[in-house]
Ligand binder design. Structure first.
Ligand SMILES: Nc1ncnc2c1ncn2[C@@H]1O[C@H](COP(=O)(O)OP(=O)(O)OP(=O)(O)O)[C@@H](O)[C@H]1O
Ligand SMILES: [Mg+2]
Length: 179
């Protein structure tokens, strides 16, 4: 996977498969400390302690069809390549939080990629069932994208309406450019 935005799409797929209704994605670009942090939190069914040690093993998966689980191990590998760290915390019945850090300036650190496209894909396909919060901080700047409050503003218009989606895409791209 070339970009971190594609990893995000993949990791969020795990959250959705785990029945999460609220998913929070946080990107923090701390250039002064030379650290990029990616956090994905969900309120899905969680993972029990015994299983937690196994989930970043590429041969562990609860999928029935293709018993190989690459999502988490690929992200863990990407952090390793950029001298970062990977952590997963989970509580059965409560949810899961994944934190990936990278040395920001590391030559092998993957680019963030197109986060607007990732979010729009998630909102357009899952936005009626799942709420997303996206926070992006870069040094002292930042913004929050919150589908719950967007839904309130939209009143009767559905979040996946094509015009709404176009508007949200423009909006996200504007916010990202301002960072
Ligand atoms: N957010 C989550 N909540 C609950 N369980 C999770 C979560 N993320 C991962 N898991 C568990 O960890 C396993 C491994 O996840 P991983 O993404 O590495 O592989 P996969 O989803 O099984 O397959 P792939 O990502 O390659 O399609 C999953 O099968 C699932 O059992
Ligand atoms: Mg997966």
């Amino acid at each position: 996977m070339r970009d971190l935005s594609l990893h995000v799409l993949d990791i969020v797929e795990n959250s959705i498969a785990a029945g999460a209704k609220n998913i929070k994605i946080i990107i923090n670009e701390n250039i002064e400390k030379d650290v990029l942090t990616l956090t994905i939190q969900d309120n899905g069914k969680g993972i029990d302690k015994k299983t937690l040690d196994k989930v970043i093993d590429p041969f562990y998966s609860t999928k029935k069809i293709r018993r190989i689980g690459l999502g988490l191990s690929m992200l863990a590998q990407a952090t390793k390549e950029a001298d970062g760290s990977f952590n997963i915390e989970s509580q059965k019945g409560k949810g899961t939080a994944i934190t990936a850090t990278f040395v920001y300036s590391h030559i092998d650190r993957k680019p963030i990629g197109d986060m607007a496209e990732t979010l729009i894909t998630l909102v357009a396909t899952q936005g009626l069932n799942v709420d997303f919060i996206y926070e992006h901080h870069k040094n002292s700047h930042g913004f929050i994208f919150d589908t719950k409050s967007i839904k309130q503003e939209l009143k009767d218009l559905p979040l996946n309406d094509p015009e709404v989606i176009n508007h949200l895409r423009r909006n996200l791209n504007e916010e990202l450019e301002k960072l």
